[in-house]
Design a protein around this ligand. Structure first.
Ligand code: MF3
Ligand code: CO
Ligand code: CO
Length: 276
């Protein structure tokens, strides 16, 4: 796989890694990321016992529109909602609906906005009421795994270094890394090259270069890493029904590390640590 200057490339996934202009693109991604993160901040007070996942989707859609943005997932490959709501053993792409949140549930909310043509894509875990200790531990490890992956992002490092940072930590804590879903290039295109695997070997894979922009979004399971997709064509669940957890940030590679575009303006980057 090779690299292309984003301004010279068509606005679709052409299998090459786009390198974006640091000033203009990063400013756009910062603005989009802030709205996506602000949406997840707003939902912290709304995620509680008795609320449906459909209600959360409605609130998110309104927030996105109120902030001059569009929900990227609506009409994306036939998806109809603003957010994915992935509960308990749902790994990702859970569809909002009439499911009522109950004490003991853990929930991932994943939102992607388009703002000024740029994508902001981020997800966090939320705890509802009293949750089992093992669920809290899984979410702590997932957040730490994502941040270890992000800490490995700098020019000269490789995608394998990033994946290895996540996998080695996750497995040392006796959790497993889902293989079927990955992070992705992000910018003016939603799901762009390259795939960002959350496992790997040091030194392998593409080299990171300044101007690359992508997501880091590991999914960790308490049991086996195996997943299956339900008949709705979206909902991915653990085959063994063990708990699954995910966090996601969007980042851009700088001269000496990376910038996180989707940090919480309110300091609520880990809502699962708050009382639900
Ligand atoms: N936001 C998800 C991601 O992190 C993608 C959801 S696609 C949808 O890449 F269509 F399911 F919404
Ligand atoms: Co993503
Ligand atoms: Co996402």
């Amino acid at each position: 796989m090779n690299y292309v200057q984003a301004v010279e490339a068509p606005e679709r996934n052409i299998g090459q890694i786009k390198l974006y202009d640091r000033a203009e693109a990063f400013a756009g991604m910062r603005a989009a990321g802030k709205i996506a993160a602000g949406c997840l901040d707003m939902l912290v007070a709304e995620v509680r016992d008795g609320v449906t996942t459909g209600r959360i989707d409605d609130l998110a859609r309104q927030y996105v529109f109120d902030h001059g943005s569009l929900p990227a997932c609506v009409f994306y490959r036939g998806y109809r909602n603003t957010v994915c709501t992935s509960l308990n053993h749902v790994v990702c792409h859970g569809i909002p609906g009439d499911r009522v949140l109950r004490s003991g549930d853990i929930l991932n909310i994943d939102v992607t906005v388009i703002h000024g043509g740029w994508h902001g894509d981020t997800s966090r875990m939320y705890a509802i009421g009293d949750i089992p200790r093992k669920a809290r531990r899984l979410m702590d490890i997932t957040y730490a795994a994502m941040m270890r992956g992000i800490a490995a992002v700098k020019p000269g490092a490789t995608l394998g270094d990033l994946g290895h940072a996540i996998q080695s930590y996750a497995e040392s804590e006796r959790t497993s890394v889902v293989r079927e879903f990955c992070g992705h290039g992000l910018g003016r295109v939603f799901h762009d090259a390259p795939n960002i695997l959350h496992f790997g070997k040091p030194g392998q894979g593409e080299e990171l270069k300044p101007g690359m922009m992508f997501t880091v979004e590991p999914m960790l399971n308490l049991g086996s890493p195996a997943v299956k997709v339900l008949a709705d064509g979206w909902t991915a669940v653990t085959k063994d029904k063990s708990l699954s957890s995910q966090y996601e940030h969007a980042v851009g590679v700088t001269e000496n590390g990376c910038e996180i575009f989707t940090k919480s303006p309110a300091g609520l980057d880990q809502p699962h640590t708050l009382a639900g």
